[in-house]
Design a protein around this ligand. Sequence first.
Ligand code: 8Y4
Length: 266
Amino acid sequence: MGVINTTPDSFSDGGTLYRHSRLDLDSAMARAREMVLAGAAILDVGGESTRPGAEPVSVQEEMDRVLPVVERIAAELEVVISVDTSSPALMRAAAASGAGLINDVRALTRSGALQAAAATGLPVCLMHMQGEPAGMQLAPQYVDVVTEVRDFLINRVAACERLGIVRERLLLDPGFGFGKSVAHNLQLLNGLPDLASLGLPLVVGLSRKSIIGKLLGRDVEQRLPASLALAVMAVERGAAIVRTHDVEATADAVAMWSALQELGTR
Ligand code: 8Y4
């Protein structure tokens, strides 16, 4: 799963005068095309910055950023489009524009989100987060992070099923970096088999995240080697889908793990 950001802090001029320009759309499309050629099966398109400390954006702003990108990818590329949103209105609009997956870092907890996701008929990735992006990294607290994340996800699966979203449509994600300390993230990575045992596909996002910065002292543009190591460790522990900014390198790293897995059949 390749990450296509449409937020002004990740492309465009980063200014408050941000509007969708042709150039923004073209550069998002160029990155999308490159990721598909590199082997991405899914592209995750988001318009809300969920980085630690990020301020919320309006739903209108989010829609204006995301929908043109979803429409153009649907028209031009052969790939599943994931819409990274917690907004019911955007879930419905993105589904109508060709999205094939809802990726909600709030696990459909916003008012109306369960109903909207159910109405689209799309698969949904339910992610765990403690708190909200504005304050989630200040003092994350767990007694047992693996059990608490697991119980949260089990409860969200049940909430989905009550609305008619069948298990076959659900994916789960522990939400690395979303209200977790370094130790919590490491415990979750090692405990992934306990989440995989729930029987639903696991999505993991570790690419360039601050756990790497905190452990290794690397700036965000120097986090690729550690991101690849984390991706392989996650797949080894049961992850089915890896969300990444670096599709080609991640596909290579995981392909080497796969080759070793297939040793027995050679
Ligand atoms: C550098 C670059 C440092 C990016 C941090 C980040 C996940 C996700 C995000 C995830 C799922 C991010 C939307 C955070 N992370 N969705 N979204 N799982 N399912 N931060 O882990 O990439 S955004």
